[in-house]
Design a protein around this ligand. Structure first.
Ligand SMILES: [Mn+2]
Length: 400
């Protein structure tokens, strides 16, 4: 047997940070979450899979856009035509009360209710499959749900679907926390996880797998994105990753040339970027090094954003990439700090920028799904470094 495991489609993601990009490009970016799912359905049809699993966050918001629901229904309709069933559940982004069949979706779509439920099917090969899962009815589910999942029953294959995050610490466990041992104890053949957007295999026996989202939505979701095609081999289920994203977020580091003319600087940047990008359309964070060696005028134009704006305008239609942001990599020392001050600073920074403090400060904000995502993906180390850099530049004062 073979099936597709995907999750976190986030259809109709608003890409709020990109609304200032040229319209034609924005349309391409905005359609990317739709395109990725369409490609998954193309593959499901071509591979004639037995079924498709979508482990939550199909829609980006609990108030779904008409465009997203219509599109999802149309794609599922394509699968209905060749009798491929689709099993879905709702996650923390598209949580909702599930009461009966989903409105507007074709009959091949089976929606998991809010309480843990097992659905069964028999394949043409006569193999029997049980699929267990549940839909979120609220944004946060702080309690472990796994004790409600039954152990593997009298079936050929049993698959668990779970939108959730590995247990870390009680105060940050908001998404159906679980441990690997708990999952293994159920004796299932495969765990199709959703919620974390980076695809990863957490364990192999049985496979416990995050499919990631099929299309990255911001620079913290870089790298390849796709789904897993899961196939039986003897008595095991084996996942194979298949990329489908049409846009990739990438960070490229570039050494600035020792030039004095703006035109030469820009030519060199474009050439270096073009050499480092592949065939997939890329939205790039360019991180430049060697800033201190530039002459003051060029430093100024890089730092105030003029070079970025100029390059964006020049390259939009000509290249298979777009510079999303330009950051300057410079180790600026803190002003007049002794080694001792530096040590105290590091200690203070370490105790202030903690996940617990950030969560305490942002409690209310985290109820907004967009902000919750941003907060969940904060890189604390990066934040400390950036703060130190800004302090060194006087960037945190009002001197401008
Ligand atoms: Mn998600």
């Amino acid at each position: 047997m073979k099936f597709i495991h995907t999750a976190d489609l986030h259809l109709d993601s608003p890409f709020r940070g990109l609304t200032t990009m040229p319209q034609s490009l924005w349309e391409r970016v905005h359609s990317s979450t739709f395109n990725a799912f369409q490609r998954i359905v193309d593959d499901a049809i071509a591979a004639q899979v037995d079924f498709v699993l979508i482990t939550g966050d199909i829609y980006d918001r609990d108030q779904q856009s008409i465009a997203a629901v219509d599109f999802f229904a149309q794609q599922c309709e394509r699968l209905a035509k060749i009798q491929i069933p689709v099993y879905i559940l709702y996650g923390n982004h598209d949580y909702q009360l599930v009461q009966g069949p989903a409105e507007g979706l074709p009959a091949n779509v089976h929606v998991f209710p809010n309480r843990v439920t097992t659905m069964s099917l028999t394949l043409k090969s006569h193999e029997t499959v049980a699929i267990t899962g549940f839909s979120y009815d609220q944004r946060w589910l702080v309690e472990d749900q796994i004790n409600k999942y039954p152990r593997k029953g009298n079936v050929t294959w049993q698959v668990g679907m779970l939108h959730g995050a590995l247990h870390q610490q009680a105060q940050t466990d908001h998404y159906a926390p679980f441990t690997l041992d708990e999952l293994r104890a159920k004796n299932y053949d495969y765990w199709a996880l959703g919620h974390i957007h980076k695809h990863q295999v957490l364990a192999t026996n049985p496979p416990i797998v995050y499919s990631g989202n099929p299309q990255g939505r911001h620079k913290n979701e870089g790298g390849q994105h796709g789904y897993y095609l899961v196939e039986s081999q003897q008595n095991k289920l084996v996942p194979h990753f298949k990329p489908v994203a049409t846009i990739e977020w990438t960070t490229i580091t570039i050494n600035l040339p020792r030039v004095t003319k703006l035109a030469d600087l820009e030519t060199s940047l474009v050439k270096q970027i073009d050499q480092k990008t592949g065939p997939l359309y890329q939205l790039i964070t360019v991180n430049v090094k060697g800033y201190a060696g530039l002459e003051r005028r060029l430093q100024h134009l890089l730092a105030n954003g003029e070079v970025l704006a100029h390059l964006q305008a020049k390259t939009t239609t000509k290249y298979n990439w777009w510079i999303y942001e330009l950051t300057i990599d410079q180790q600026t020392p803190l002003p007049s700090m002794t080694d001792l001050d530096e040590r105290y600073w590091q200690e203070a920074a370490g105790s202030i920028f903690t996940t617990a403090n950030i969560l305490a400060l942002t409690k209310g904000l985290a109820k907004e799904s967009y902000l919750a995502d941003q907060l969940a993906s904060l890189d604390l180390d990066q934040m400390r470094k950036r703060t130190i850099q800004l302090l060194g530049q006087g960037g945190l004062t009002d001197e401008d």
